[in-house]
Design a protein around this ligand. Structure first.
Ligand code: FPP
Length: 242
């Protein structure tokens, strides 16, 4: 695989970077503030980091913003997050146009409030031909849920005789996932110290390098990104071969 080199550091950049945005709540608590404050600052940090990541030349960015399990949080917190997503997605249309960025949402959007589904529809259709960067946001996303939905549609297509005879290949299966057409991540960053993937991109992370940092998402900076890219450069990437 040919990687784009970072203009600033000369290091090779991952083609696709995925991030598990974690630690908003703990970051706020440590400051004696409510969890909602952590989400607010986490949100503005995402806006800042997304621009930095795009400016560096990374072509694909995917972030885990809300999982299928996150509905179990208090009604107050879920309500706050939905409102934050609503405002953020509206602002995103303007910056996506300005930056020639394509927006895609992954996850089960049918479970989201209907006005957010409408904002997503507009965001995706209005940015569909933008080609400087693809920014994917996982909302109401779970890796197992994505696989369940993919298999359900695949089984229906098989029943209707729409699939070729014989083996269901990885390529055919991948085309039923929410990430259809998007290359798999090269690097996954998880902030805030937890060492697990929490049902994120289960199929797509098969050969991805993982980078875990103690830094909570609201405090994650450009220097932290540099550290992750540096670690990525130190890895000897293998794809199952020797
Ligand atoms: C994890 O922190 C964060 C979330 C579940 C929500 C992520 C949301 C944002 C970063 C806001 C911006 C995102 C978008 C797309 C607008 P946590 O609450 O799990 O923190 P904790 O583990 O310390 O409790």
């Amino acid at each position: 695989m040919d990687y784009v080199l970072d203009q600033k550091t000369g290091l090779k950049l991952p083609n696709h970077l995925a991030i598990i945005l974690d630690g908003n709540g703990r970051w706020a608590k440590a400051k004696g503030r409510p969890r909602s404050y952590g989400h607010l600052i986490g949100c503005s940090n995402l806006e800042k980091m997304c621009n930095i990541i795009g400016d560096r030349g990374i072509r694909y960015l995917t972030v885990y913003a809300f999982s299928t399990e996150n509905w179990k949080r208090s009604a107050e917190e879920v309500g706050f997050l939905m409102n934050l997503f609503r405002q953020y997605l509206k602002r995103l249309l303007r910056s996506a146009r300005k930056r020639n960025m394509r927006i895609r949402l992954i996850g089960d959007r049918t479970g989201l409030p209907s006005d957010i589904q409408e904002i997503i529809r507009i965001l995706e259709s209005e940015t569909a031909s933008n080609d400087s960067m693809v920014f994917q946001i996982a909302l109401n996303y779970g890796g197992r849920d994505e696989i369940e939905r993919a298999v359900t549609r695949l089984a229906e297509d098989a029943r209707l005789g729409k699939l070729p005879e014989g083996r269901i290949t990885s390529e055919i299966f991948s085309s039923y996932l929410d990430t259809d057409g998007i290359p798999d991540p090269d690097l996954l960053i998880r902030t805030s110290g937890e060492l697990r993937i929490s049902n994120f991109l289960l199929w797509q992370l098969a050969y991805t390098e993982f980078y875990f940092t103690e830094v909570p998402w609201p405090a994650f900076s450009e220097e932290d990104l540099d550290r992750a890219v540096e670690a990525f450069n130190g890895r000897d990437r293998r794809y199952g071969g020797v």
